[in-house]
Design a protein around this ligand. Structure first.
Ligand code: P61
Length: 461
């Protein structure tokens, strides 16, 4: 990554601290055993450094906390809603905004508006909740990311890009009438927070216009995406993150937003649209599923914290620190030869388990074996995103389908941990890498029928 003109050190100081419990190795060995070797089953209190997710885990600023006291809890027309609406319109340029309690209700409404059984939705890589909402409408989600996006070894500045040729081929083959919409996830979460270039977003707009298709952004990490465009794409170095974000949104017809990421809040989201008729329909669904259109499942105080958080995430010094910290963590591992997905993305470091633990076959859950070891070694919690999460058995042929990536994700919460914490994590990963041959595979002892990784039980072989 290019060096940022501002220092990457924290542009804040710490006013409130949350003590962390320290456990012994013996305690952690017992805890992971009792959690059936699945880090989702560990109590947060027993975790020292929690890198399970960057979603809803941010530390709010004093301005956001102060905003909570200005919460107007009226059922209809609270002032915080108007502040949020005005902020979203200002950042995105979209005409209509619908508040939701997180990202997935926005996805539920959008997919209900645009999809029918037999339709397809085309994207770079659909996040799992979006994918599930597409599927529950009877439609097919299709991931058309560029090939480099799934190669953990090659460098590409925008590994979140969609393959424009594949996109156009798909539309021509299946006919535009069968396509509900195109969606780009910015940054692309499934391959580690890889950015999408402005050029690619613009090219999708052209394809969408050519075939008369709506085009949306999954904007959960749009500000991190804007930062990568500023750092890596010709012509954007002197633009502000807000200008870049505004341009990104200008090519789309709307967006879904899980504000638990770049909204810097612990809960919140929205759907934004330009189409008035669709907006009216969406409002009906919102009332049914979330609440009245001026609160949509959130308290007035939460709407206020979100309006303030959205602006803070576009601060360049914050973002240089934010992405800088994720890279600080990943670069230490890279220097020690650990197989890290490259380039490092915006919100997490991915470890390639096919190269880290080549002696453990994918069906023996190398990612979960590593996560259990990491927890015992340093009290760090990470998650496996590979065969356990995404593997499946084909219903017709009975064939076992392996996902293309077998990775461990270490997602960094925003403004929460210091670089000393990052040092602990990096040392622990390097320590395990040096004795990787001693790790053993796992087997399942309990497997839920759906989304099995959340609740599965495992034991070492
Ligand atoms: C995460 F294991 N992400 O990365 P909601 N779009 C995108 C997301 O990253 C995202 C959502 C939409 C999570 C939380 C999470 O099975 C899981 O506000 C790009 O969570 O509804 C969420 O936003 C959905 C992790 C969610 C999971 C579901 O950690």
């Amino acid at each position: 990554m290019a060096t940022y003109p501002f220092p990457e050190a924290e542009p804040f100081r710490i006013k409130v601290v949350e003590p962390l419990k320290m456990t012994t190795r013996e305690e952690r060995e017992r805890i992971i055993r009792e959690a059936h070797y699945n880090t989702f089953n560990i109590r947060s209190e027993d975790v020292y450094i929690d890198l399970l997710t960057d979603s809803g885990t941010a530390a709010m600023s004093q301005d956001q906390w102060a905003g909570l006291m200005l919460g107007d809890e009226a059922y209809a027309g609270c002032r915080n809603w108007f502040h949020l609406e005005e902020t979203v319109r200002d950042i995105t340029g979209f005409k209509y905004v619908l508040p939701t309690h997180q990202g997935r209700p926005a996805e539920n409404i959008l997919t209900a508006l645009y999809l029918r059984p037999g339709f397809a939705a085309l994207g770079n890589m659909f996040f799992d909740t979006t994918r599930a909402h597409v599927e529950t409408k009877g439609a097919l989600p299709r991931d058309l990311i560029i090939d480099e996006g799934l190669d953990t070894t090659v460098y590409h500045p925008f590994k979140g890009n969609i393959d424009i040729d594949k996109l156009e081929e798909y539309i021509k083959r299946e006919t535009p009438e069968k396509i509900g919409f195109i969606m780009l996830t910015v940054t692309c979460n499934n391959n580690g927070g890889q950015p999408v270039s402005m050029e690619n977003i613009r090219a999708v707009r052209e394809v969408a216009d050519k075939y008369g298709l709506p085009f949306f952004l999954d904007a959960a990490r749009y500000a991190e995406n804007a930062f990568f465009i500023k750092m890596r794409e010709e012509g954007y170095a002197d633009k502000s993150l807000k200008e870049i974000a505004r341009e990104m949104f200008s090519y789309a017809d709307g967006c879904t937003m899980s504000a638990k990421k770049d909204g810097l809040v612990n809960m919140g989201g929205f759907l934004a649209l330009n189409d008035e008729a669709k907006f009216r329909e969406a409002q009906q669904l919102l009332i049914l599923l979330e609440g009245f259109p001026t609160y949509g499942g959130l308290a007035g105080r939460d709407l206020e914290a979100l309006a303030r958080g959205l602006r803070e995430a576009l601060d360049e010094r914050y973002m240089a620190y934010r992405v800088g910290q994720v890279h600080y963590l990943g670069n230490q591992m890279l220097k020690a030869g650990v197989p890290v997905f490259q380039p490092i993305g915006g919100h997490c470091v991915l470890l390639d388990m096919k190269r880290f633990l080549p002696h453990i076959p994918q069906d023996q859950f190398p990612s979960e074996a590593f996560c259990a070891e990491l927890y015992v070694d340093s009290g760090t919690r990470a998650i496996g995103l590979g065969f356990l999460a995404f593997g499946r058995v084909d219903r017709e042929s009975g064939e076992v389908i392996y996902p293309p990536l077998e990775v461990v994700r270490m997602a960094v919460p925003r403004r929460v941990y210091t670089n000393n914490h990052m040092d602990v994590v990096a040392r622990s990963v390097i320590n395990i890498y040096e004795r990787r041959e001693t790790l053993r595979g796992m087997r399942l002892t309990y497997e839920p029928p759906m989304l099995r990784h959340f609740r599965a039980h495992l034991e070492p072989l």
